[in-house]
Write a protein that binds this ligand. Structure first.
Ligand code: GYE
Length: 332
């Protein structure tokens, strides 16, 4: 298998081969390389992606694929379609194939101990991207690249507190949570809750998962609107759920952004467009462009260099004006 891939690789552009040669220091990738010979061995990365649930995820996948090609890394990409068991199977496959580095974005936080231990025992370094795991043994992975989701939730809460400053009336909030058990769902809920609990006028009257998807966001918002005629604010853990909810709000004859204020997280183009149109009021940025850092760290790990155990993504926030200004050059 690897032999055939190597033959194909040899036909790739000179630039890619040059990249591979630049990785010359990176020795063989694991013993079963019959026939590949020579010094043009590429670093092989197995990547188990969550799925394709949102605009954020699509941009993240593209970032990883593009930067692997640019870095001259051979990427074995697997889409787990939102299922942890699929990710675990993919990681076991990567171990059997003896890839050089395994990277993945864990669907949920818990349940990773055994498979990570298998990778460690096989001497294959693991890099977590985007989402964290809750295993207490941090030696099971080399580093974690991604956002501080608690901070994102806090930023959402802080905007709300400011927006309703000096207004004593109760603020009825509904919350669309991300995938149950996923780090960004747990942490964005926590950060937001921590900030708004300081003032009892903020009441979360309903909170349910919308699975980070537009379809579920719309459906759950329809149910929220039926059950609660008095919603002031929607806090959605990502843009896609917020965009689905906007459809439900409009269908119910209400004006998103005015009758119901909306806060989301991500800042993908569709979300930013809705913000610039006044249908969303505030977006907390979460960058999906993790590919270049991931490839860089993978090379370092493979070369035996010591790397930081936590690589934090830098992010900002957007109001309507800022979204309008940022949109023309937005990459995702
Ligand atoms: O916010 C959401 C996606 O893990 C940060 O997953 C990521 C989240 C992102 O589905 O849109």
């Amino acid at each position: 298998m690897r032999y055939l891939e190597d033959v194909v690789l040899k036909k790739w552009s000179a630039a890619v081969l040059a990249g591979a040669l630049a990785l010359g220091a990176l020795a063989g990738c694991g013993g079963d390389d019959a026939g590949s010979g020579g010094g043009d061995d590429k670093l092989v990365m197995g990547f188990a992606q969550v799925g394709a649930e949102s605009g954020w995820r699509t941009a993240n996948t593209k970032s990883i694929q593009d930067s692997a090609a640019k870095a001259g890394i051979e990427l074995k990409f697997f889409d787990a379609q939102g299922k942890q068991e699929n990710q675990i199977k993919a990681i076991r496959n990567f171990i059997t194939q003896r890839v050089d580095v395994i990277a993945f974005s864990p669907v949920v936080e818990s349940g990773w101990g055994p498979v990570l231990k298998e990778a460690k025992d096989a001497n294959i370094p693991v890099i977590l991207t985007d989402r964290a795991v809750d295993t207490p043994d941090t030696t099971l992975y080399k580093t974690f690249i991604g956002s501080d989701f608690v901070l994102e939730g806090k930023k959402a809460g802080e905007w709300l507190v400011k927006e309703y400053e000096g207004k004593p009336d109760t603020v009825n909030i509904v919350e669309l949570q991300g995938t149950p058990g996923a780090a960004p769902a747990n942490d964005r809920k926590e950060g937001f809750g921590d900030v708004i609990k300081a003032d009892p006028k903020f009441k979360v009257i309903a909170s349910q998962t919308g699975q980070f998807t537009r379809t579920d966001g719309k459906e759950v918002m329809e149910a929220f609107l039926k059950a609660h005629p008095d919603i002031d604010v929607l806090y959605a853990h990502n843009d896609d759920m917020g965009l689905g909810a906007i459809e439900a709000i409009e269908a119910a004859g209400k004006k998103p952004g005015t009758d119901i204020k909306i806060i989301t997280v991500d800042a993908v183009k569709d979300g930013m467009t809705a913000l610039s149109q006044g249908k969303i009021n505030f977006i907390v940025e979460c960058s999906p462009l993790l590919g270049p850092q991931l490839m860089d760290l993978a090379k370092k790990v493979h070369a035996g260099e010591t790397i930081e155990t936590r690589v934090l993504t830098e992010e900002t926030t957007f109001n309507q004006e800022q979204a309008t200004a940022a949109l023309p050059t937005r990459q995702y």
